[in-house]
Design a protein around this ligand. Sequence first.
Ligand code: CTP
Ligand code: MG
Length: 335
Amino acid sequence: RMMKRQIACRGDINRMNGAFLATYESLIPPEEEKSKQKQLLALLDGIVSKEWPDARLYVYGSCANSFGFSKSDIDICLAIEDANIDKSEVLLKLADMLQSGNLQNVQALTRARVPIVKLMDPETAISCDICVNNVLAVVNTKLLRDYAQIDVRLRQLAFIVKHWAKSRGVNETYQGTLSSYAYVLMCIHFLQQRVPAILPCLQGMEATYCVTVDNIKCAYFDKVEKLYGFGSHNGESLAQLVWAFFNYWAYCHDYANDVISVRSGSTLSKRVKDWTRRIGNDRHLICIEDPFEVSHDLGRVVDKFSIRVLREEFERAAEIMQYAPNPCVKLFEPY
Ligand code: CTP
Ligand code: MG
């Protein structure tokens, strides 16, 4: 079923653009939410600095990468310089302090893949997850935010794709579908591939930002204000891009051989990455290279059952974008 169809986009696609833009606008968090987040962050900062005066709190994930919807949870990273700390101990200690600080639903999950403390602030009704020294996530958050500044169509497309994935139940890594982070990378890759390109490849340009985290060198061009208007030679509308995005993942992506790579601004072959065989639980049925942890395939959570669910959802979305009278409603119908 792959690459069998090269269908032309429907002629009336731009009639749908207003509806997609309105959906995007409705998902943007209002300013007052941002100030509540700041308020909670200040409260947490006060609690943390009592025990660890040199530690710092960083917001990462959807509240900091500009791809967050209204009412998102906050992801926070507690960065402690001391290399000898025991993460579980820190998290248990932190949970204790938060509890005494009147935060609610405090829970330390020390055995999770990324160990965290969960909490809810009764004052702002915001929930958040705090992890320790996950600095790579802070850096990849900056990369996503920087890409989003270059062309507004990235944020618009990613909002529609995330909203679709959440509505259709394919944004659940514990069920073998993809994380929001993976979907945003798919959008960036897709916009790098448009002709003319809507996004550049920041990691392929002169590095103006460079940090080394967990022995991984993270370097890229981050002076994105110099890149405003980069995609202006491409006049595609949001509706056209949504159509083409689903068409790509339904009918054009070569699942058997290709890895999408935002880092290189193109696709790579699975052979080059040695992602051709199943190793342990990593099956590599859909391959999305992490931009910095390049040995990390964000598609590794996908198994032989969930790959079918995912591909059927891409095909459903592509059909809707091509034929439905009102795609912007039908696309998001609950499963
Ligand atoms: N992350 C990561 N590696 C992954 C998954 C996530 O480094 N395999 C980091 C990224 O920094 C990402 C953050 O964790 O921005 C949060 O991931 P996720 O919950 O998938 O994305 P959000 O943007 O927070 O989306 P949502 O609105 O669904 O919470
Ligand atoms: Mg999140």
